[in-house]
Design a protein around this ligand. Sequence first.
Ligand SMILES: [Mg+2]
Length: 225
Amino acid sequence: MRFSADIEVEVFSFDVDGTLVSKRFTDAVWLRGIPELYAKKEGLSFDDARRIVKSEYEKVGEENINWYKIDYWLRKFGLETTAEELFMRYRNEVHIYEEVEHVLSVLKEAGYELIISSNAAREFIDFQIAPIKGFFSHIFSATSDFGEVKKSNSFYTRVCRILDVRPQNVVHIGDHWVFDFLNPRAIGINAYFLDRSGYKIKRGQNKNTNDAWQAYIISNLADII
Ligand SMILES: [Mg+2]
């Protein structure tokens, strides 16, 4: 374990997209599934449909809570399908990173509470982590549960309050520099930045990082056990 003796860890919190699972499934749903259905409905080529769909996504933008809601988009494009049907079509694209299950079972056996802190909509989280869901005591979706589009400082504060744990006793790991690293750190959570490319670590420095941060950058979840 990489933690100094003065940190008493009780809870390990994980981001989902890019951390526990790759982006294959969500990309397939948003950038293949929906454009394909829209192309069929409107009699367009896939490329044209995709251009239109993407520009509609951009008009709404990720600061808007609707951006995250699959039902909103199915309705908006008038698509005759359900999220479940769409998800099932791309179920083979769900990809849990290979070290995840081992890391979770080691942490669980060591007695830690494991949770999820994601900004993905709940249905995307539930579908993708189904095989490993049993490891987690709580699943928090910033968008579905708190109506927030980003994992802000207040998101993490609420999570800690609900769990009745001090931020100092929580470790969070995720792959977004601001939402998984700087924001949780700002309230005292021991956050680790996951850089699966290893790029920043190899280079040893990056505009985002300084030497003090290097100890908190990992390239694989196995680095925390
Ligand atoms: Mg992520």
